[in-house]
Design a protein. Structure first.
Length: 276
């Protein structure tokens, strides 16, 4: 009888202890809201349980591991501060220049924030390192997912122009994510030869005449979200640079080359650039 009582007491203590551990673990779990798709993707790969809020980005919708996350923004609408507050996050991640007002408001509410700006692989590595340290995870878990970005060519490649927009003609220089990737893979970005005259930082307005005169070896055109694959169009007034027979046209997705998007899209853009 005494042995049975002792056994029951031991089981009860074990259950109480076990519950205490779970509660402690839940309490110690860092809760993070990401206002951009790249931050959400990195966090989900490091520790999916820590990610509680995500943007309503088309690039994240296919990820089954994110189906239970609270969507805090949709389309062009700004993130919902009310939803963020309800989630009671320990950290909110947002993009510089896009989420300034929201991050400022959250700071006023004593919610910790992290402002990110990803304009190069170096910026991306810094972000990965910060989030890895925050979640006490190995950064190599993430770096291994962008391995194509480390396949740097030995020789310089030809001249290139990225058409991020055709109306107006906008092209990224080295102060942008796309421009930094061209530099990384040793393309001579023609847009770096001109002073930025665009309202968009890191971009320049090009004229058809400039492109025709400079005759780039490579012209990168963009598939935007919602467009059929390989449905990118080249304006009629630029057909002359194609007709010269020296310019090769390459199609890239918007996510990856123009906007980092996710680890997968970054890795794919790097793969394409490495093969040219």
């Amino acid at each position: 009888m005494k042995i049975r009582k002792l056994f029951l007491i031991t089981i009860s203590l074990f259950q109480i202890f076990n519950i205490a551990i779970i509660k402690s673990s839940n309490k110690d779990q860092i809760k993070i809201v990401s206002l951009n798709s790249l931050g959400a993707d990195i966090i989900s790969k490091l520790n999916n349980d820590s990610l509680v809020g995500i943007p309503g980005s088309s690039i994240l919708k296919k990820d089954k591991s994110l189906q239970d996350k609270v969507i805090i923004s949709s389309g062009r609408m700004p993130p919902s501060i009310e939803k963020i507050i309800e989630l009671n996050p320990d950290l909110v991640i947002g993009s510089k220049g896009f989420h300034d007002k929201v991050l400022s408001k959250l700071n006023q509410l004593d919610i910790k924030t992290l402002e990110t700006e990803t304009k190069s692989i170096k910026n991306l590595e810094t972000l990965i390192e910060k989030l890895s340290e925050t979640l006490n995870k190995d950064k190599n878990i993430i770096l291994s997912k962008i391995k194509n970005c480390y396949k740097i060519p030995n020789n310089k490649k030809g001249s290139a122009v990225v058409l991020a927009s055709t109306k107006p003609l906008l092209s990224p220089n080295s102060q942008s994510w796309a421009g930094s990737l061209l530099d990384r893979f040793k393309f001579n970005n023609i847009s770096d030869n001109f002073k930025s005259n665009s309202e968009f930082r890191g971009y320049i307005n090009l004229s058809p005449e400039i492109l025709i005169k400079n005759k780039p070896s490579n012209l990168f055109v963009i598939n935007f979200p919602g467009m059929p694959q390989n449905n990118s169009t080249i304006p009629n007034n630029l057909e002359k640079i194609i007709m010269n027979g020296k310019t090769k046209v390459h199609t890239f997705n918007y996510y990856g080359l123009v906007n980092p998007g996710s680890l997968q899209t970054i890795n794919e853009a790097c793969r394409q650039l490495s093969l040219i």
